[in-house]
Design a protein around this ligand. Structure first.
Ligand code: 2AM
Ligand code: CA
Ligand code: CA
Ligand code: CA
Length: 264
C-alpha cells in the first residue's frame, strides 16, 4: 500500500462517518461530561472513533491508533505507522450548534506526518494533504501562505487566554491582540488549523492541545509553508498535551520574538 491508497481509504471512512454524523442530527444525542461540565462527549464521538478503529484494525492490522475517546492512550512511541484521530473535534459546537466541528485524521510514519485530513462535516469541506504533494480544499489546491504583517493578520485565539487562567498571564497576549487586525475563536482546533492552511486565518494560538487536536492540521499547514511549534517556539511532541502556535512563517517568528520569548 502506498500513501495514496491509504489516503483513499481514510477519505472513504471519513465520508461514511460524516454521513452518520449528519444523520444523528435527527436523533437524540447522549451527552456526558468528562473532566468537568465544559468537557463533553457524546455517543456519536464514541461511535465514530470505534468505526475508525474497526476499519483500520481490519484493513491495516499492523498500524497503531491514537484517538481521543480511548484508543491507544498507552502509546509510548511513534514508531511504525500511527493513525491519530479525533472523531469529532469541536464537540461543544456539535452539541450546541450542529456546525463548526470536524473529523480530524492524520497518518504518521516513524514520527513523520504523511497524510492530514480535516473534514468539516456540515459544509462538506475536505481539507487534505499528502506530504510533499500540496494541500487541498476539496478539489482546489491551497496556495502557499502569503507574507503578512502583524497589523494585517487575523489570529485564532480563545478569550480564555485573555482572562485569568491557569496557563498564561493574560498580560502577555493582550498587547498582541491590540496590534492584530483581529482575533477569531471557532471552538475547533483542527478547523482553525485548516483555516490557517487555507489563509482564512493567519495564525492560531492555544495553551493546551492534545495530539489528536493538531496532528492532521500540522501536516496541512506544513504543506503550504506554515510553521507549527509550541507557543515558546519549541518543536511539538505528538505524544503530549502542550501549547501550540501555528502561523505563516513571517508572523510566527516575529510574534515569538516580540511577545513571547523570555515571558513564558
Ligand atoms: P474537542 O472538541 O475534540 O474536545 C476548543 O477550543 C478546542 O479545544 C477543540 O478543538 C477541543 O477539542 C479542544 N479541547 C477541549 N478540551 C480540551 C482539553 N482539555 N485539552 C486539550 N484540548 C481540548
Ligand atoms: Ca473532547
Ligand atoms: Ca479535539
Ligand atoms: Ca474530540
Amino acid at each position: 500500500m502506498n500513501w495514496h491508497e491509504i489516503d483513499q481509504k481514510a477519505k472513504q471512512w471519513i465520508y461514511e462517518a460524516g454521513e452518520r454524523i449528519r444523520q444523528s442530527f435527527q436523533q437524540k444525542l447522549v451527552v456526558e461530561a468528562k473532566s468537568g461540565p465544559n468537557d463533553l462527549v457524546t455517543n456519536i464521538d464514541r461511535e465514530v472513533e470505534h468505526f475508525f478503529w474497526e476499519n483500520i484494525r481490519k484493513t491495516f492490522p499492523e498500524h497503531s491508533i491514537l484517538g481521543e475517546e480511548g484508543s491507544g492512550h498507552e502509546l509510548k512511541s511513534l514508531d511504525g505507522i500511527v493513525w491519530i484521530i479525533d472523531p469529532i473535534d469541536g464537540t461543544m459546537n456539535f452539541v450546541h450548534q450542529k456546525r463548526n466541528f470536524c473529523i480530524s485524521v492524520a497518518v504518521f510514519a516513524d514520527g513523520v506526518g504523511q497524510i492530514g485530513l480535516i473534514y468539516d462535516v456540515v459544509r462538506d469541506e475536505m481539507y487534505h494533504a499528502i506530504r510533499g504533494n500540496g494541500a487541498y480544499l476539496n478539489k482546489t489546491e491551497l496556495p502557499p501562505l502569503q507574507k503578512k504583517t502583524i497589523e494585517e493578520s487575523i489570529i485564532g485565539l480563545n478569550a480564555s487566554w485573555l482572562v485569568e487562567n491557569r496557563r498564561i498571564d493574560p498580560a502577555i497576549l493582550s498587547p498582541l491582540v491590540k496590534r492584530l487586525r483581529g482575533t477569531r475563536s471557532f471552538g475547533s482546533a483542527a478547523l482553525e488549523f485548516a483555516y490557517v492552511a487555507a489563509g482564512k486565518l493567519d495564525g492560531y494560538i492555544t495553551m493546551r492541545l492534545a495530539p489528536w487536536d493538531f496532528a492532521a492540521g500540522l501536516i496541512l499547514v506544513d504543506e503550504v509553508g506554515g510553521v507549527t511549534t509550541t507557543l515558546d517556539g519549541k518543536p511539538v511532541d505528538l505524544l503530549k498535551k502542550q501549547s501550540i502556535f501555528t502561523a505563516n512563517q513571517t508572523i510566527h517568528q516575529q510574534i515569538i520574538e516580540e511577545y513571547i520569548k523570555g515571558k513564558i
